[in-house]
Design a protein. Structure first.
Length: 68
């Protein structure tokens, strides 16, 4: 589901996955405490964060404000 949605939104939005076990320092830098955690960055800064899993329509609704 996520990969199809990611392809649909390119290049307006890019999804990236972080392996928090392999990249513990980076996970700490971004304050990731629960998995999954979705973070939206714009202009190099964080503009939104959503801990926990979002499916289909919920994910689309949550991301909508950041697609403009």
């Amino acid at each position: 589901m996520w990969s199809a949605y990611a392809r649909e939104l390119e290049p307006r939005l890019r999804f990236a996955k972080l392996n928090t076990e392999e990249q513990q320092a980076l996970a700490a830098r971004f304050g990731i405490r629960s998995i999954p955690t979705l973070i939206v960055f714009r202009g190099g800064g964080e503009v939104a964060r959503q801990p926990g899993l979002l499916q289909g329509p919920q994910l689309r609704q949550w991301l909508q404000p950041y697609l403009a």
